[in-house]
Design a protein around this ligand. Structure first.
Ligand code: CP
Ligand code: NVA
Length: 307
């Protein structure tokens, strides 16, 4: 049996494959928008395992699989044996014998790696504490749609150096752009945890205004990610000066776009006038989760296709 191809972090795909994926995304998106039936994954089954909450990830994977002609099954920790201590390796053996592809949202990256190493079918990371690669596929596709190639551009990341930030940093190495990161003291990027090859593609700034200066894209995320709720009170205090507001957007380039993976907290990490303003592309960004993930599932199951 051939070893399946997994997507556990962004750098699991090389640049050429990511470019291919974006080219397929354009085709698949156009077919969807023009109501053309496209069922390359007929009779294939996606299993989605959620150990954390989700709206976009569940919806985009489930709808996406149906739109490609397949079906999707939702499992969560609460009402499966996963929540009662069944070893992840055993779950992987069983689930991957009954399905064609698996998407997992969980806590430590190590969990998804253990699952993948015992899976007969491709495994996709739908968010871990460390990474959110499907999100960044959508974000980069969205940037390219709005502004063209991202190579050589500057992305400002304001706030927590979390799973989404780590994945932006991996993307910067692959696509050759720069990330200017500003976090409160004590929340800085850890290059090893981010899975980086080096430090050439990012710079850390104490002042978020400095990070935003001349950026082509300004982006942020919640101050408290899922799994870190116990730190919420402390984080509300620590991150108070790291809100993306209109003044910060004025420091960026005049044609800079604003992104947020969502869900957002207006009045915390982003001001309403920014996320609801003219530079915000958050709804396109959310929609593109659907299209890039359809291309991803097609690639992991069928390889490169021509039609
Ligand atoms: N951005 C994102 O992954 O959203 P959900 O948590 O709703 O899936
Ligand atoms: N960083 C956030 C992203 C949610 C989509 C979290 O992990 O909760």
């Amino acid at each position: 049996m051939a070893t399946p191809r997994h997507f556990l972090q962004l750098k699991d795909l090389v640049r050429d494959e990511l470019d291919y994926l974006f080219a397929r995304t354009r085709i698949i998106k156009t077919r969807f928008k023009t109501y053309q039936r496209y069922w390359p994954l007929q009779d294939r089954t996606l299993v989605m395992i959620f150990e954390k909450a989700s709206t976009r990830t569940r919806l985009s994977f489930e709808a996406g699989m149906h739109q490609l002609g397949g079906s999707a099954i939702y499992l969560n920790t609460r009402d499966s044996q996963l929540g009662r201590g069944e070893p992840v390796e055993d779950a992987a053996q069983v689930i991957s014998r009954m399905s064609d592809i698996v998407m997992i949202r969980t806590f430590e990256q190590e969990i998804i790696e253990r699952f993948a190493s015992h899976s007969r079918v491709p495994v996709i990371n739908g968010l871990t504490n460390e990474y959110h690669p499907c999100q960044i596929l959508a974000d980069i596709f969205t940037f390219i749609e709005h502004r063209g190639p991202i190579q050589g551009k500057t992305v400002a990341w304001i706030g927590d150096s979390n799973n989404v930030c780590n994945t932006w940093l991996q993307a910067a190495e692959i696509f050759d752009f720069n990330v200017h990161v500003s976090t409160p003291p004590g929340y800085e990027v850890e290059a090893e945890r981010a899975g980086l090859y080096g430090t050439d593609h990012f710079e850390q700034f104490a002042d978020p205004m400095d990070a935003a200066r001349n950026a082509d894209l300004v982006t942020t995320d919640v101050w408290t990610s899922m799994g870190f709720e116990a730190e919420n009170e402390e984080r509300l205090r620590d991150f108070a000066d790291w809100q993306v507001d209109a003044e910060m957007m004025r420091a960026a380039k005049p044609d800079a776009v604003f992104m947020h993976c969502l869900p957002a907290h207006r009045g915390e990490e982003v001001a309403a006038e920014v996320i609801d303003g003219t530079q915000s592309v958050v709804w396109d960004e959310a929609e593109n989760r659907l299209h890039v993930q359809k291309a991803l599932m097609e690639f992991l199951l069928l390889g490169r296709v021509n039609d």
